[in-house]
Each structure stands twice: as structure tokens, then as C-alpha cells.
Design a protein around this ligand. Structure first.
Ligand code: NAG
Length: 212
């Protein structure tokens, strides 16, 4: 019953929110838990379990980010997995960045990644958008630690098609070793040259991560 309720709430959220979405959903954009106290992360895990119901066949793609690991929330030596879904619909198809046109404030790991694609795959990179998460401020960049992406490995093909299911269109973001006992401001963003303000606004989300 609880699961059913959660699903209904999520379906509503999904249909009203047009931008990138983060799961688990949060109160006041804060993901806050203690890995040694299941009560503090049960809601997060239940919500993700409800979303994963239809995707048993995909489990192997998610590495650590599975229900049996409580999506990383229960692990003392590592951080959680969060899931990002792409915006449902864009007003206009954006153009891709390449390593020279990418804005100066883009994270270094993204620039390096794009550079690594360019020598052999110039044509293909013309229609890619990239999704990354990173620390929002200098201190956060230090505290956030390494991040891994599963499934789409931070690439979306332009133009997007509207997501058909939750699981088909999400990226799992795994925080390998975030600093504990401190709030980390995390920003996640799709990098492409958006043509309207609304698309640009929908291409970025922020949340705070606090692991006690
Ligand atoms: C990136 O795009 C710009 C403008 O379209 C072009 O002038 C430049 O050569 C491209 N750089 C690479 C590395 O492809």
C-alpha cells in the first residue's frame, strides 16, 4: 500500500515537473542520512524501490546502485546513488558543444571526456549532450570526491525523445567517497547550447548532500 501511494505521488511529480529530475526526491532539496541508521534513509530506498519495480532486467547495468545495496545508502565506506532523469520535452533542439566551445566553467572531467571522444568520433559528437554532476562551489568540488555514472555515462543523443519509462531514461550517479558530516552542494546539468531560457532552466538541478 505504501509502495502504491509512493508510485502515485511520483507519477504526479514526474508529470508536473519539466526539468531534470532527481530521485530520490527530497524535502528542501536535501538528501540527509546516516549510513548506520536505516530509519534515516528508508524513505529514499522505498521510493527508489518503487521506481525500479519494472526494471528487473536492467539490474546488471547499475553496478552498486541496486536495491540489495540499498542504493549505497547503507554502506559505511561509500556514498549513495542518485538517479537523474532527462527533461521530458525541450522547446527546441540544442546544439552540441565541443571541447573548444564548451563554456569555461564546465567541469574539467567533462572537457577531458569530450576531448577523448573527438579524435575518432568527430561526426558522432555533433549530436551529443552531456550530463554531469559536480560540486557547485570550490569547497564542494573538494568534498564531493569521485563520481561514477552508470548507463548513459553522461551522454544523451540530441534531439531527446520524451522519456517513455522511468528506467529507460535515467542515469545513475554514484558518489564514491563524498566527505561526511558536511553539506555538499551538488549541481547536475545537461551541457548543450540551449536556445530558450526555459530549456536552459530545465537543464540544471541542484541538491545538498549531507551524510552524518
Ligand atoms: C568546435 O566547434 C567550433 C565551431 O563550430 C569549430 O570552429 C572548432 O573547430 C570545433 N573544435 C573541435 C575540436 O572540433
Amino acid at each position: 500500500m505504501l509502495t502504491l501511494k509512493l508510485s502515485i505521488i511520483l507519477v504526479l511529480l514526474v508529470s508536473f515537473s519539466k526539468g531534470i529530475k532527481i530521485f530520490p526526491t527530497t524535502r528542501q532539496n536535501l538528501i540527509w542520512y546516516k549510513s548506520d541508521n536505516p530509519n534515516t534513509y528508508a524513505d529514499y530506498v522505498n521510493e527508489l524501490d518503487a521506481l525500479m519495480l519494472n526494471q528487473q532486467d536492467r539490474k546488471s547495468d547499475w553496478a552498486l546502485c541496486t536495491s540489495s545495496n540499498s542504493y549505497g545508502f547503507s554502506l559505511a565506506y561509500t556514498g549513495p546513488c542518485v538517479f537523474l532523469s532527462f527533461p521530458e520535452k525541450l522547446q527546441e533542439t540544442p546544439e552540441s558543444y565541443n571541447s573548444t566551445t564548451l563554456p569555461a566553467d564546465a567541469p574539467g572531467h567533462l572537457r577531458n571526456y569530450i576531448k577523448s571522444l573527438e579524435p575518432r568520433r568527430i561526426r558522432e559528437t555533433h549530436n551529443l549532450a552531456y550530463i554531469t554532476c559536480y560540486g557547485a562551489y570550490p569547497l564542494d568540488i573538494e568534498n564531493i570526491g569521485p563520481i561514477q555514472f552508470f548507463r548513459n555515462i553522461f551522454i544523451g543523443i540530441l534531439p531527446y525523445s520524451a522519456p517513455t519509462t522511468f528506467t529507460k531514461d535515467v542515469v545513475a550517479v554514484y558518489f564514491e567517497k563524498p566527505m561526511r558530516n558536511i553539506i555538499i552542494n551538488v549541481e547536475c546539468k545537461i551541457w548543450a547550447k540551449f536556445k530558450t531560457k526555459q530549456d536552459l532552466d530545465n537543464s540544471v538541478v541542484a541538491f545538498d548532500l549531507l551524510i552524518d
